[in-house]
Design a protein. Structure first.
Length: 331
C-alpha cells in the first residue's frame, strides 16, 4: 500500500481530527495511521490491504474503511484499556446474534480464532462493510421495520446466557419509579414544570409489579440502523458497544424518542414516528400489561431527559411538552 493521503474526520465532535489522531492514538499523521492499521490487519487476519479509504475518530475509538481482496472491510479499534474486557464481551455477543440470524455486523475471526484482538495497546475487530443507508424517519415503512427488528433483538438478547456476557455479578437495575424519582430530584424543577408534574403523576399511577431485566442494545437510533431497498429491509443494527442490562421497555421508549438522531443531527421525531416504531415492535413482541401501563411515563421521561440545558434550537422542550395534555396528563 502506497503512502497516499487518507481523509480523517471526527464522527460527532468539533475540532481538528489530525490533532486527535496524534494525541489519542499516537500517530504522526494519517499516512502513518493507515500503514499501521494495514500491517495489523495483514498480521492478525491475513488480509492484504489495498488501500485505506478513510479514518473516522469517535472519542477514544477509531474506524478505518479498507479495500481488500476479500471485499471492503471496516477495522475498528479502541485505545481505552478500561473498555477492553467489555469489547471482548460485545464481540462474543455480536457473533452469537449473527449466528441466530439477527442483522448485526459480526466481527471476523482473526487467524488466532478470536473476534476481538488486543495488539499494540489497542483492542481491534474487523467487520465486513454492511450495505445500506442510515434509517430515514421520514419513511414510515423503515420506522416500522426498525421497531420489528428491535423486538427480534430483544427476544434474542433475553435468551443470551448471562454468564457468557460477564463474569461479574449482574448490577441491580432500579425500578422505573425509583429511576424517575432520582432523575426528577437531580434536575431543575423550574424547567418544563407541566411536563415534570405530568411525569410524577404517571409514575405514581403506574403499577408496582416488577419489570424483567435483560441485555439490551444500548443505543438504538438512526445513527446505528442501516436500511436498504424499497422493502425497507434493516440490514444492520450497529454498534452494540453500549450493550447493558436494563428493562427492554425502557430501551424501547428511549429509542422511540431518539430514533431520528444521527451523529451530527440531533432532533426529536413526531408522535406518528414514535407510534409507527412501537407498532412495528409490537407486531413481533407485544408489550405486557405492565409494560403498556408504564409506556407513557417512560416516553415522557426520555423526552424530558433529551432536553438540553442551554439553547434548544431543535425543539426538544416543545417535543416534551407535546406529551402533556391540557390538564397536565399524558397527551
Amino acid at each position: 500500500m502506497g503512502d497516499v493521503a487518507v481523509p480523517v474526520e471526527l464522527l460527532w465532535e468539533d475540532g481538528d481530527p489530525h490533532a486527535a489522531l496524534r494525541t489519542r492514538f499516537g500517530f504522526a499523521d494519517a499516512v502513518a495511521a493507515a500503514a499501521w492499521v494495514a500491517a495489523v490487519v495483514e498480521a492478525e487476519w491475513g488480509l492484504e490491504v489495498g488501500s485505506v479509504d478513510r479514518v473516522v475518530i469517535s472519542d477514544s475509538n477509531a474506524l478505518a474503511w479498507l479495500a481488500t481482496p476479500a471485499g471492503p472491510v471496516l477495522a475498528k479499534w479502541s485505545a481505552a484499556p478500561d473498555r477492553f474486557a467489555h469489547l471482548d464481551a460485545v464481540a462474543r455477543l455480536t457473533g452469537w446474534l449473527a449466528r441466530r440470524g439477527l442483522p448485526v455486523s459480526a466481527p471476523l475471526r482473526s487467524l488466532g480464532g478470536v473476534p476481538q484482538v488486543r495488539v499494540a495497546g489497542v483492542s481491534m475487530n474487523l467487520q465486513r462493510v454492511v450495505p445500506g443507508d442510515l434509517l430515514d424517519v421520514g419513511r414510515p415503512e423503515q420506522v416500522r421495520a426498525a421497531g420489528a427488528v428491535l423486538a427480534r433483538l430483544h427476544g434474542a438478547l433475553a435468551a443470551y446466557p448471562r454468564a457468557t456476557w460477564s463474569d461479574s455479578p449482574t448490577p441491580e437495575v432500579a425500578a422505573p419509579a425509583a429511576r424517575i424519582a432520582t432523575w426528577l430530584g437531580a434536575t431543575d424543577d423550574g424547567v418544563l414544570t407541566p411536563a415534570r408534574e405530568a411525569l410524577r403523576g404517571l409514575a405514581a399511577r403506574a403499577p408496582d409489579d416488577g419489570l424483567p431485566v435483560q441485555l439490551v442494545h444500548g443505543d438504538v437510533r438512526a445513527a446505528n440502523i442501516l436500511c436498504e431497498g424499497e422493502s425497507a429491509t434493516v440490514t444492520a443494527l450497529l454498534d452494540l458497544e453500549e450493550a447493558r442490562v436494563d428493562h427492554a421497555v425502557v430501551e424501547l421508549a428511549r429509542s422511540a424518542v431518539l430514533l431520528g438522531t444521527r451523529f451530527r443531527g440531533w432532533a426529536p421525531v413526531s408522535s406518528d414516528v414514535r407510534a409507527g416504531f412501537l407498532a412495528g415492535y409490537e407486531s413481533v413482541r407485544p408489550l405486557s400489561p405492565v409494560e403498556a401501563a408504564w409506556w407513557d411515563a417512560l416516553v415522557l421521561w426520555q423526552a424530558l431527559a433529551a432536553v438540553p440545558a442551554g439553547d434548544d434550537p431543535a425543539g426538544w422542550g416543545a417535543s416534551a411538552l407535546d406529551h402533556v395534555g391540557p390538564r397536565g396528563t399524558a397527551g
